[in-house]
Design a protein around this ligand. Sequence first.
Ligand SMILES: Cc1cc2nc3c(=O)[nH]c(=O)nc-3n(C[C@H](O)[C@H](O)[C@H](O)COP(=O)(O)OP(=O)(O)OC[C@H]3O[C@@H](n4cnc5c(N)ncnc54)[C@H](O)[C@@H]3O)c2cc1C
Length: 367
Amino acid sequence: MRVTIVGGGIAGLSTAWSLAKQGHDITLIEQGSIPNPLAASGDRHRMIRRAYGDADGYARTIAEALDSWDLLWNDLGVSHYANCGVLGISQFAGDGAEQFRAGLDRMAFEYEYFDAAEAATRYPFLDPSAFRYAYLDHDGGALFSERIARDIKAWLKMRGVDVRLHTRAVSLDPHTASVRLEDDTLVQADRLVVAAGAWTLRLFPSLAEKLMTFRNAVVYLEPPEDLEEAWANAPAIVDIGGKSDGYVLPPIDGVGLKFGAGLHKTIAENPDANRDPTAGEGERIRRMFSPPFSRLDEYTVSEVKTCAYTFTADRRFFSTRIGNTLVVSACSGHGYKFGAAAGRRIAQALETGDDATLARWLRAETV
Ligand SMILES: Cc1cc2nc3c(=O)[nH]c(=O)nc-3n(C[C@H](O)[C@H](O)[C@H](O)COP(=O)(O)OP(=O)(O)OC[C@H]3O[C@@H](n4cnc5c(N)ncnc54)[C@H](O)[C@@H]3O)c2cc1C
């Protein structure tokens, strides 16, 4: 089968990986580089965690997600996963961290519980007067997304996949699975997969009923010297409690200490607009993390990185079939961890024609 894939984020790359393994003839079209720093998959690391609040379907799918990453590491000859564990920190009853903990309890996933004093002894960057308790799930951690993209790209090229970088699909015909490029050439295949992330609505404006695009930014911080070691050995933090929807990725293996917050996101009609950080944006994000961290004004902002991503109303993932084209959006701010598994599922749907199973899996309705 000839398949064209539009989008070289984790969804497009792992679909190409999975289809190439089955011997299909693949063309992958990416408007930027791979990794593309403007894409949702284009950052240094992303979190994989079992804590999933009330979305038990996604919590159950984590085992498949981890197995699929293992298959990928096997093919790449290297693992890009650090199993550093995942911490939740609750500031008040019923906050996001407490909901994540309730999800772990419902799933009977084990974790360690620390009162605030114990947690601050273990993690000296925390202010024990600013939160109620913390819990550590030893499963989960960080996926090194830039390294993953680079290595899949190299693997695809080695397998003879036609990887076209800096090549934009300007229009397409979903029924004939043909894509028109900027230089007016046509790429024709038997099937088309569109995994265009925040740019999906440019190719399918009618999907605006289902998908909403947002801008957000993350900040990379340099901690004070006496806290460097504590951070180097820290787990990922799924939720800092309170209202900011804040999370942290630790500086493992030199990738940098990253803070991000759901509260910072704003609606973006155009995914390419406002991609330069605004003055003081890094400091504004940093402020959202006190409480529960102490001495945050001693942390230096080293980089602010903007991103564009797409959400559905219920924060699940989405796919739809139009003619010979499958449009997939595995994001809603939490899709990276399922990247390798999503690629395998998308490839399976193309081979079997069973789009309904794929759509249910993406919505975590069946596992
Ligand atoms: C700040 C932030 C933090 C996140 N944290 C986590 C996390 O910790 N854990 C987690 O699991 N998930 C997380 N996510 C979500 C995760 O990053 C996304 O689910 C995932 O990266 C989406 O991958 P994708 O391939 O669908 O989209 P993208 O990575 O956006 O890829 C789409 C690609 O398509 C290309 N493209 C678009 N249009 C065209 C065109 N017309 N022609 C050619 N190419 C085109 C784009 O250039 C882009 O490279 C986070 C997202 C953000 C933004």
